[in-house]
Write a protein of this length. Structure first.
Ligand code: DX5
Ligand code: ZN
Length: 218
């Protein structure tokens, strides 16, 4: 929790102008890449072939968020193509700790995500196995949904536990993050913020990133 990171989600970018839109977020820390398989979530985006091109094109490192079944099978491939971080869902993983170790071994930051109804307490004893934990602040699947403020107590419990254990794990929030919500998430302990519509819905995405950074520090 040394600093604040803003990771724009390209789910809100123009999929046929991806290179143009990636060039508009040079002020980002990472680009958040949402992979959906139409099974774990009721929406479909793209797979490794597209992510490999994004990796080759992006001015900033990739933060891959896998909303897919059986990440044990698929997540290592995203680490192998060079993503800086690969986050899989706890609800979908068969052996989350084994998978996290594999991702680290390949050279990626290992991330685990929890949906709104999933408790975080089950992660407390294995915090050290992960480099980042993603607390979803919407039901995963779509951009542009409203921020679930009821997730903040869960985030705060996780942040307290991480502090208590002296953990360096990054705490990420994803869903409904905007200038009006980011300070509450930061105050509850988040240090890494995913924002889709708040960044790509703005006329100047890099200016929107700067605005989010300022608002998070309030
Ligand atoms: C939702 C995705 C998010 C999404 C966020 O399932 O995981 O990354 O792009 O979009 P906004 O910021 O518009 O809520
Ligand atoms: Zn996401």
């Amino acid at each position: 929790t040394d600093s604040i990171r803003i990771n724009p989600s390209i789910l809100a970018a123009d999929f046929v102008n991806m290179q143009r839109d990636l060039a508009r977020i040079a002020a980002a820390d990472f680009v958040h890449v949402d992979v959906m398989d139409n099974h774990f979530v009721p929406n479909l985006t793209f797979g490794p072939q597209m992510v490999e091109r994004i990796q080759a094109t992006s001015p900033v490192p990739l933060d891959v968020h896998l909303m897919i079944d059986d990440p044990d099978r698929w997540a290592p491939g995203y680490a192998e193509l060079g993503a800086a971080s690969v986050t899989f869902h706890l609800e979908a993983a068969h052996e989350p700790v084994v998978l996290a170790r594999r991702l680290r071994q390949i050279g990626a930051r290992a991330g685990v995500a929890v949906k709104p109804a999933t408790p975080v307490e089950q992660l407390f004893d294995v915090l050290d196995e992960f480099d980042q934990i993603l607390v979803m602040t919407v039901e995963p699947g779509f951009g542009g949904q409203g921020f679930m403020a009821e997730q903040l107590p869960k985030l705060r419990r996780l942040a307290d536990e991480a502090r208590r254990r002296g953990s360096a794990v990054w705490l990420q929030v994803d869903g409904g993050i905007a200038e009006s919500t980011i300070a509450r998430a930061a105050e509850a302990g988040a240090d890494t913020f995913v924002a889709g519509s708040a960044v790509f819905g703005a006329h100047d995405p890099d200016a929107a990133i700067a605005g989010l950074r300022l608002a998070a520090a309030q």
